[in-house]
Structures are given as structure tokens and as C-alpha cells.
Design a protein around this ligand. Structure first.
Ligand code: BG6
Length: 502
């Protein structure tokens, strides 16, 4: 199957090759890119992990991953076989200072066969404790020194607080230059998340009203129906704030709130996002209980199925106080947003898997319709649906058909699948292709990561120092704890229920 001849020959080395992310996301994404003929003509994947298994068993595991988790599955066995032939597996223990020889020999062999120095992409899909040893091994082997050819992709979590993120940035910064480092946040690869930029800045319609003069509040919801699945070990040390807010939700907030960049250059865009993070009003310890709430799910029913409580999940401490739900009121102190609350919430075991951004507008300054006409009146809003049913809807007031003047609410909507018949790529497809092309626009720069940690650190500290006296449980399958409703009710606001359920 011919691939893109214009892209340089590339080797992707995945550390954590035996892990879930590789099986569920990375390989399905690379396989779909291959089916779409987007990969370089000369392309190889090398999985690296500690376990001793042979190439064939490794490929079998990946094949299963594509069959189960890819949006397309395996339609044609010969396509898969051709792709599988580009994959090999190496057993290396990165924590062993003598390791790495097998890897460097393998890279050399592939490049000798191709007769070129390939682009090498090292993907660190390893637990946080293994990040430094893996990076140090690359440094020791001298296989990631060429800024023009060699790239390092770092999966989240990037640190567990500001100090550890700084430490990791510094560690990597001593070995690689910033332009080689691709810190991944898969939300930035989602089609609708990228569309926030297009929607805001490719249309002259919205930008004039995208500010405190017209916007009353912004709500960002990322709701999941799943619990912690088999990731109890990781999640119990992490919680919703670290797992979702520090990265995904703050990135979405940045795109909604940023100023227009002067160009599509990676750094121009990232600079504007950093400005937003820097303008977020720091939380004062005495107000944290009013502007940051947390909760944990207990037993309940999600999508018609009985599910255990968080503390009953495997690898979770029976007295865990880790939050599985978090909600916040952020304020952005700049001219555009002064006084506009940004409400963010995320949780596991909620009634629907849905991510959306709702922009709620002020009421008209003067209401002259008869009071009977406006009984069901609602302020205008724009809802950006990130998933599922990706799209954008605008709720407007219209006259209801009939002989009397009665207002009703109607939606003008754009849905991706209706407007464009082609299916959108998965986030990891977009992001991996960007790394292959060397485009860092959708990746996090060192200062961005640190600014995001700076925003959440006071909350982390407050929550850790006062273990959960204000901790609210919620029944699995409900929209989170009552304290989150109270938080917005204090501003005379309420959460919008997402428009459709799973
Ligand atoms: C990951 C989190 O980054 O994002 C998971 O670690 C979460 O806990 C996942 O389930 C959600 O991603 P998506 O793409 O399903 O919204």
C-alpha cells in the first residue's frame, strides 16, 4: 500500500510498548493513519518494555487492540499483515543503567537497511517513575541528539504538582532542546477542541461578542460514565484534579478564553494560551471551599447497570479520600473576561459521557414583550459539543407559531457528521501525525505545563491539608454532589444539563 513519500523516513519507538495506551490508542491510531496513507513510505514501530516476549506475540496483542478499540477495526487482513511487518518488539529494562544496547543496534539496523538517517520519535508511554530513566537512557545512548531528526513525546501525567513538573522539565531540558519535546494532552487533538480556534477566529460573527459585555458565564463540563476501570492504582494517587483538570479542562478553557494569535505558528498560539493561564485569579486558601468542590462516587446505577462505589473498586484504598468529581469557579483577570465566571466540572460515573462548553449570554437590556410571552424565556447560549455528536449549537428565542406572541427557545445547530460525511480522525491520529511532521502547535510547552500546575497547586495543597471534611459523596449515575450546585447557586447560576445523553 503506497504511503506518503513526502514525509521523511520515520521510526517510532514506544516505551511502555506492552501497556494499555499502546494497545488501545497508539497502535490503532498509527494503523488508521496507515490505512489513510498518511504515514511515511519508510516507517517502523519498535515497542520497548521489560517483559520478554517475541515479535509475534507482541503483534498479536496489538492486533487484538486494533480489533477491539479502533474506530475501524481490521477490515482487511492483508492491510494488517503489511502493517504488522513494520512492528518489532525489544525487551529493555530502562531502569538498568547498562540497558539500551539492543535498542541502539535495532535503530542502526533499520537505518542501514533504508540507507538514511531516519527521524526517530521516542514515545514515553510509561508510568511517571519511569520517565526520567527512559529519557536518561536515550541520552546515554546518544540516540536522541539530533534536533532536526529526533523527537521525544511525553505522555501525561507530566508531574504530580508544580515542583515535580518543574523538576521533570529541568531534567528533560538538560538533555533535549525544547523544540524536540512534545508534551501530549490528547484533548488538544480532538477535532472539536481544535474547532474552537476555527469557530472563534475564522468567523467575524462571534469575536465582537466574545467578551464580558455580552457573555454572562462559561461552563465547561467533561462527564464520564466509566469508573476507574483497572487503573485504580494510578487514579487513587491522582484524582480528578490532577487527572483531568490540570490538563484537559484547562486547555479547553485556554482555547475559549485566549486572545487572537497573530499567526498559526505553534509559539504564537501557545503564547496566547499561557496568557490565559497567567491571568487566572489565584485561589485564596480561605475561599477554596466556596470555589472548589470535590466528591467521590458511591454505589449506584449508570446506564442501567449497577456499579460499585469508588472505595469498592480494585486497587483503591477502602478509606480513600481521592476525588472522582471536581468543580471550580475560575475568574480570568483581564479586560476581556473581568467578572465572568468560568465554571468547570468533571467526574466519573456520571449519567452520560459528554464533554461540552456552554457560553451563556446576558439577558437583553430591556424586555418589552408581555410577561405571558416570555414565561419560557432563556438567555442565548452557544454550546460547543466536544463529544459525542461533535458540533456547535446556538440557542435562540423565536416566536412560537400561533396567533399570540409567545416566545420559545430553538436551536440552530451544526453537527460534524451531518455537515461532513467523512469521519473525524481520533485525537491520537492527529497528534501522532503532527509529531511525525514536526508540528508542535497542539502540544504543551514547558511554561504552559508549569502555569497550569500553578493554577491548581493551591487547590491541591488546600485539599491535601484538610482531608475531606467538606467531602461530598454522590450516587453513581447522578450529576455529582450537591455542593457543586450550591457553588454556582451562590452566583444565582445553575449548571446546564448537557443536551443529549449517551
Ligand atoms: C485521560 C484520563 O487523560 O482522559 C482518563 O486519564 C479519562 O481518566 C480520559 O477517562 C478521558 O478521555 P476521553 O477522550 O475519553 O474524554
Amino acid at each position: 500500500m503506497p504511503q506518503t513519500a513526502t514525509l521523511a523516513p520515520t521510526i517510532v519507538v514506544i516505551f511502555g510498548g506492552g501497556g494499555d495506551l499502546t494497545q488501545r490508542k497508539l497502535i490503532p491510531a498509527l494503523y488508521n493513519l496507515r490505512l489513510d496513507r498518511q504515514l511515511p513510505e519508510r516507517f517502523a514501530i519498535v515497542g520497548v518494555a521489560r517483559r520478554q516476549i517475541d515479535n509475534e506475540s507482541f503483534r498479536q496483542r496489538l492486533r487484538q487492540g486494533v480489533a477491539w478499540f479502533s474506530r475501524r477495526g481490521i477490515e482487511d487482513e492483508s492491510d494488517w499483515n503489511e502493517f504488522a511487518a513494520t512492528i518489532s518488539y525489544l525487551s529493555e529494562d530502562v531502569s538498568n543503567p547498562a540497558s539500551g544496547l539492543v535498542l541502539s543496534t535495532c535503530l542502526q539496523k533499520i537505518e542501514e537497511e533504508w540507507g538514511v538517517r531516519a527521524n526517530r520519535i521516542y514515545y514515553l508511554a510509561v508510568p511517571p517513575a519511569m520517565m526520567k530513566p527512559a529519557a536518561a537512557m536515550l541520552q546515554r545512548l546518544g540516540v536522541c541528539r539530533d534536533c532536526a531528526h529526533d523527537r521525544l513525546v511525553v505522555e501525561k501525567p507530566f508531574g504530580r504538582d508544580l515542583a515535580s513538573a518543574r523538576d521533570l522539565n529541568q531534567f528533560l531540558g538538560e538533555m533535549f532542546v525544547e523544540s524536540q519535546i512534545y508534551r501530549i494532552d490528547h484533548y488538544l487533538g480532538k477535532e472539536t477542541v481544535q474547532n474552537i480556534l476555527a469557530f472563534r477566529f475564522a468567523n467575524s460573527l462571534f469575536e465582537p461578542i466574545w467578551n464580558r459585555h455580552y457573555i454572562d458565564q462559561v461552563q465547561i463540563t467533561v462527564a464520564e460514565t466509566v469508573g476507574v476501570e483497572d487503573r485504580g492504582d494510578y487514579y487513587d494517587q491522582s484524582g480528578a484534579l490532577r487527572d483531568m483538570v490540570q490538563n484537559h479542562l484547562l486547555q479547553v478553557l485556554c482555547l475559549v478564553a485566549m486572545e487572537p494569535p497573530i499567526s498559526f505558528d505553534a509559539d504564537d498560539i501557545r503564547n496566547k494560551k499561557v496568557d490565559v493561564l497567567r491571568a487566572i485569579r489565584p485561589f485564596r486558601p480561605e475561599e477554596i471551599h466556596r470555589v472548589a468542590v470535590r466528591g467521590q462516587y458511591r454505589r449506584g446505577t449508570v446506564l442501567g447497570k449497577a456499579v460499585p462505589g469508588y472505595r469498592e473498586e480494585s486497587s483503591v484504598a477502602p478509606d480513600s479520600t481521592t476525588e472522582t468529581y471536581a468543580a471550580f469557579t475560575f475568574h480570568i483577570d483581564n479586560w476581556r473576561w473581568h467578572g465572568v465566571p468560568f465554571y468547570l466540572r468533571t467526574g466519573k460515573r456520571l449519567p452520560a459521557k459528554v464533554s461540552e462548553v456552554s457560553i451563556l449570554f446576558h439577558s437583553p437590556p430591556h424586555q418589552f414583550f408581555p410577561s405571558a410571552a416570555v414565561e419560557s424565556w432563556q438567555p442565548n447560549r452557544i454550546v460547543i459539543r466536544i463529544q459525542p455528536e461533535e458540533g456547535i449549537g446556538t440557542r435562540i428565542q423565536v416566536k412560537q407559531p400561533g396567533t399570540r406572541m409567545l416566545l420559545g427557545s430553538a436551536e440552530m445547530r451544526f453537527r460534524y457528521h451531518e455537515a461532513f460525511r467523512t469521519p473525524a480522525p481520533e485525537a491520537y491520529e492527529t497528534l501522532l501525525l503532527d509529531v511525525i511532521r514536526g508540528d508542535a502547535t497542539l502540544f504543551m510547552r514547558a511554561d504552559q505545563i508549569e502555569c497550569a500546575w500553578q493554577v491548581v497547586t493551591p487547590i491541591l495543597e488546600a485539599w491535601e491539608s484538610v482531608p475531606a471534611t467538606d467531602f461530598s459523596e454522590y450516587v453513581a449515575g447522578t450529576w455529582g454532589p450537591e455542593s457543586a450546585d450550591l457553588m454556582v447557586a451562590r452566583q444565582r447560576h445553575s449548571w446546564l444539563q448537557p443536551t443529549t445523553a449517551e
